[in-house]
Design a protein around this ligand. Sequence first.
Ligand code: G3I
Length: 459
Amino acid sequence: MKHRRVLRAAVTVAVTGALAAGMTMALTTSANAGTTLRASAAEKGRYFGAAVATGKLSTSAYVTVLNREFNSVVAENEMKWDATEPQQGQFRYTGGDRLVSHAQANGMSVRGHALLWYQQQPGWAQNMSGSTLRSAMINHVTQVATHYRGKIHSWDVVNEAFADGGSGGRRDSNLQRTGNDWIEAAFRAARAADPGAKLCYNDYNTDGINAKSTGIYNMVRDFKSRGVPIDCVGFQSHLGTSLASDYQANLQRFADLGVDVQITELDVMTGGNQANIYGAVTRACMNVSRCTGITVWGVRDCDSWRGSDNALLFDCNGNKKAAYTNVLNALNAGPGIPTDPPTDPPTDPPTDPPTDPPTDPPTVGCSASVSLNSWTGGFVASVKVTAGSAGTSGWNVGFTLPSGASVTNTWSATASGSTGTVRFANVNYNGRLGAGQVTEFGFQGTGSASGVTPTCTAS
Ligand code: G3I
């Protein structure tokens, strides 16, 4: 509970530039865009993962969504210390092994979480201290990483070792009290046990450049300079109703130290900004070439540790939410990771008009097409506007909604009306389109929009 309050406090900063920029970014759709998170991420050289409670692997509705959408998994609890070494020296891998088998059978990679953490320690370790604890914890790292050797893409070797607040220092814990070098000792033991796994440090409330993330940054810089084997930093990203303006810049400064970055436990408070924040986080990762993947902390809202926050991408029935659409669009629009040898210059966010050839035949004015994601009682419409052969200086798209349907939220356009005949006008950055150029906007609504067709007028 205390942990949860800390998170909440840390995520209620004002809506800031990165999110605002994200909300107003026009997306273009590649002709090869994927239609699932896993396909779209893979097309861009990344993974898209979910935390899994292995008990749910026998629930078919859960597994259907998991297998369709995700190509990476992490155990929500089953690889933690209390689960894997309940008695000292007696290791139990049942849950973790089950997840690894599921992943291997379904083309998924596995994140390992977490070898050492001040929480979820078995009682016997909680009661230890000093050199006895130091040897027990290093033995734990060695045994577990050896058991899973060759099967783990990235290990969270150490989780949440830094303090909240402004100190930028370490959190007090029994682990910390064994000596400040406990983290590097753990990384060295993990490297020896599984040289193929990427070794990560993972933490929360590191969603921008702040005292805590800077403390971690300094540690990583020190580790790199001294040859301590660290390969990646995980940003948990348990988010509230806004996103730090320097979220992407923070990822980039770590990447610039020569480590990969990963979004490791993403979930976002429900509400008007949820979908936008999910989109903005995904775009930030895509814009950082060393951001190699995103993991959401659960599959459906009802699977989440955040309970009534409805913090995930699928509702309790497994239906896609607006947040899902934004993530998918951001994956499809984002740059890929440069291949080796690099074929493209470093990838910055696109600032120029899209260069993809138009996918629709040119028309004199403009044309529009809509794709609907619907669930019982609601929908999200993604609308593609294509300029005709004369280009546009502005556009307006109309829909006649069925009775009972109502628009509740619009992005990248300005809506007039919410029921019946509803019109969407360009906003200032996306009205001017060259011949055949494509832009997208979207809206969310209640009721059903089944069968609607857009009409587009250019000016
Ligand atoms: O082990 C008992 C089990 O025997 C009992 O049947 C069951 C009944 O509810 O409770 C079980 O333990 C719970 C465990 O989840 C498994 O469900 C613990 O009480 C509960 O505290 C534990 O919560 C987990 C939490 O970490 C522990 O701090 C959440 O599922 C898990 O989502 C959460 O994940 C953490 C990450 O590891 C690190 N970052 C933050 C994130 C959210 O807190």
